[in-house]
Design a protein around this ligand. Structure first.
Ligand code: PEP
Length: 251
């Protein structure tokens, strides 16, 4: 069954004490509340173990924002998927446009990261999305198809079924510009069709596809009301409980 999910991506924000306070605040806000979605927070690596120990991880899943494309060894400064899993985190965000753009992560590198994450029992939240020039040239469908095929379509159906996909138009990330609900639905439905063509209708129907890009308490309801929008990946608005909770409650 397809799950509704609201996931926060804290990016490179919060010191450890600030991150712990934010996670505990969210934990408190969710206590005793029944919500129609799963909630995940993507924290910096340094916070993962402490955050996982401080909150109810049955209620709030913990995600890393990256992992290495190598299993282990002499890769100074890298953090492996197995290390992430050993903190209590259950998810890892991979393929975020900031990593593709600033750290030159290619489809091949991301393919390795996805494989290693799955082998460590992590659920990847795999991001795809076009830049503004690609959208204006009408190329957004082919761009997301290439991103899916380039990193994910060698996976077995069983492994593909463990993924969460996040469609994040790069022009909407951190810009205050959101895709309209109709624009989001159009491309989410397209992504689901591309998945169905490769893995069949059941796997496509069960796949959670999140929207990301300036989602907030004001626009979340319209977005998640669309049949193929199963939740959101939230950057800026995940950094305060007051801004994040209305998105969680948008279902
Ligand atoms: C993101 O970074 O994944 C994101 C969607 O950011 P924002 O919500 O700030 O646009």
């Amino acid at each position: 069954m397809r799950k509704n999910i609201i996931a926060g991506n804290w990016k490179m924000n919060t010191t450890l004490p600030e991150g712990l306070a934010l996670a505990k605040g969210l934990n408190e806000a969710l206590k005793g509340k029944s919500t129609k979605c799963d909630v995940i927070i993507g924290t910096p690596f340094t916070h993962l173990a402490s955050v996982a120990a401080a909150i109810d991880t049955q209620r709030i899943g913990v995600a890393a924002q990256n992992c290495a494309d190598k299993e282990k060894g002499a890769f100074t400064g890298e953090v492996s998927a197995a290390m992430v899993a050993s903190t209590g985190a259950k998810y890892v965000i991979l393929g975020h446009s900031e990593r593709r753009q600033y750290y030159h992560e290619t489809p091949e590198i991301l393919k390795e990261k996805v494989k290693l994450a799955l082998a460590s029992g992590l659920k990847p939240i795999f991001c795809v999305g076009e830049v503004l020039a690609e959208r204006e040239a009408g190329k957004h469908f082919e761009v997301v198809d290439a991103q899916l095929k380039g990193s994910l379509f060698d996976l077995s159906p069983e492994d593909f079924g463990k993924l969460i996909i996040a469609y994040e138009p790069v022009w909407a990330i951190g810009t205050g510009k959101t895709a309209t609900a109709d624009q989001a639905e159009e491309i989410h439905a397209h992504i689901r069709k591309t998945i169905a063509n490769k893995y069949g209708k059941t796997i496509a129907d069960d796949c959670t596809i999140l929207y990301g890009g300036s989602m907030n308490g004001g626009n979340a309801r319209d977005l998640v009301a669309k049949p193929d929008v199963d939740g959101g990946l939230i950057g800026g608005a995940s950094l305060s409980v007051e801004k994040f909770m209305p998105i969680v409650e948008a279902f």
